[in-house]
Design a protein around this ligand. Structure first.
Ligand code: FRU
Length: 482
């Protein structure tokens, strides 16, 4: 086994045992097992030799590592793609075969088909690859079975054109272009990559909507990589985004931190779940972060939901997957109610399994303007989160979080809209050695940020400006060590 040599390796996030990782891709769920593939260089900790690494889990938090599932061949490196379960053997590899589609990348980018007859452990290559060739860069095929039209739908990123192309097929081999989405819409900088398209119910209404994920890099709200999305209608061939009250198509962001990219969902998740996971880094500095044995972790798994906000718009929420509550170890602190003013109240974080915990609490800022939430250590390292109840935002300042000087793009302040109108928020904060994920109001706003404290943060301090605020139902949990 590979022994961990990194103090920054997370305890409960997915990481490769060694080597470089970027996008999660090709994920599917079958027979009780969550399969996760990822862009992987097994030979070093920089982006090279791209292959599909493979991990599996029964609970989305404990991962088993498997041999590399797909390796480069004569058509090039193995870029991102997707897998689907072919229930009725449309591709001819048997009922319930796992079929994958990925981008073969050398000087050009074409789409290649693979299938597995051992449930995703190994893949066999279709002899007539590539199945799809375009004139300009197109990548990250994401396909799903459309049960209404009884055919396959494929969304492909036309990276430099800032559009997503939609194809259909009876067998995943012959693809017909049906439409394109995105020209002149949304954030248009950089390249468009890693699409996903799925349908979800809108909470509190009988309505269903389609969601188009468009990862883009650079051009994110705080620089570099980020995931934008659009809400709309899909008729089997064309995706049409909804407009706001002014007739514009708004740009919406799935996460308001700097380290959330290439997010896509699992195919065939059970119980109608739409479980997603993202790469917890940013192309601005992914190759410079202070780890060597491995580079990059994935985000915690999240459940996508749709909710209607006070502005009448529908937004995508990302709630921590229910499996995460099973990670809670002992309750190290519980406070039912506390009033805070200018002078901060300080709470101690668990020392068991240092630098790893979950913090849950509600903030009532109806009688104050802003609430400051600080995580700190005795080496001067701190992360400052400010809930501005007037602007309805939560900011996250990591400029003094610890080691920040490996890239000029790393020190940053990120800001999320909180979407509430009543000056109250509930927070679930997951700390895992080198990452902090903040989920607000059950995932209605999320911020994912890396941090590299020289020593773990040991304190949580809360203070308020412009009056007193209330902290309620504070629970600090240690995390079970396997
Ligand atoms: C996104 C991406 C994809 C591509 C992969 C290559 O991060 O650039 O578009 O398939 O990474 O590793």
């Amino acid at each position: 086994d590979t022994v961990n040599r990194e103090k920054y390796r997370p305890a409960y996030h997915h990481t490769p045992l060694y080597g470089w990782m970027n996008d999660p891709n090709g994920m599917f769920y079958k027979d009780g097992i969550w399969h996760l593939y990822y862009q992987y260089n097994p030979y070093g900790s920089k982006w090279q030799n791209l292959s599909w690494g493979h991990s599996t889990s029964t609970d989305l938090v404990h991962w088993n590592h498997h041999p590399v599932a797909i390796q480069p061949d004569g058509l090039g490196m193995v870029f991102s793609g997707s897998c689907a379960i072919d229930r009725s053997s449309t591709a001819g590899y048997g009922k319930n075969a796992v079929v994958g589609l990925y981008t073969s990348a050398d000087a050009s980018q074409t789409q290649s088909l693979v299938w597995s007859d051992d449930n995703g452990e190994t893949f066999r290559t279709y002899a007539a690859n590539p199945v799809l060739t375009l004139e300009s860069e197109a990548r990250d095929p994401n396909m799903f079975w459309d049960d209404d039209a009884r055919q396959w739908v494929l969304v492909l990123a036309h990276a430099l054109e800032h559009e997503m192309l939609i194809f259909t097929s009876p067998d995943m081999k012959k693809w017909t272009l049906q439409s394109s989405f995105g020209k002149g819409i949304g954030a248009q900088e950089g390249v468009w990559e890693c699409p996903d398209l799925f349908r979800l119910p809108v909470e509190g209404s009988g309505e269903e909507k389609w969601v188009m994920l468009c990862n883009l890099n650079p051009g994110g709200p705080f620089g570099g990589s980020a995931t934008q999305y659009f809400i709309g209608e899909f008729d089997g061939k064309t995706f049409k985004a909804d407009v706001d009250a002014d007739g514009n198509i708004p740009t919406k962001w799935m996460d308001f931190g700097k380290d959330h990219y290439a997010t896509v969902s699992w195919s065939d998740a059970p119980g109608g779940r739409r479980t997603v996971i993202g790469w917890m880094s940013n192309w601005q500095y992914a190759a410079e972060v202070p780890t060597m044995q491995f580079r990059s972790a994935n985000t915690l798994p999240r459940e996508a939901r749709l909710f209607k906000a006070a502005d009448g718009q529908i937004y995508l929420s990302s709630e921590p997957s229910p499996e995460l509550t099973a990670l809670r170890g002992s309750l190290s602190l519980k406070v039912r109610k506390a009033s805070v003013g200018r002078k901060s109240r300080t709470y101690v974080l668990p020392s068991a399994n240092d630098g790893v915990c979950e913090i849950v609490f509600d903030v009532d800022a109806r009688k104050s303007g802003a609430v400051e939430i600080e995580l700190s250590n005795s080496d001067g390292g701190k992360v400052v989160m400010t809930y501005d109840a007037v602007a309805h935002t939560l900011s996250f300042d990591r400029t003094k979080s610890g080691v920040v000087d490996f890239s000029q793009d790393f020190p940053a302040v990120t800001v999320a809209p909180t979407f509430e109108t009543d000056n109250r928020i509930s927070l679930r904060i997951f700390i895992d050695r080198s990452s902090i994920e903040v989920f607000g109001n059950n995932g209605n706003f999320v911020m994912t940020n890396l941090v590299f404290p020289t020593i773990p943060y040991t304190r949580l301090s809360v203070s308020a400006r412009g009056g007193n605020a209330k902290i309620e139902n504070l629970h600090i949990y240690s995390i079970k060590e396997n």
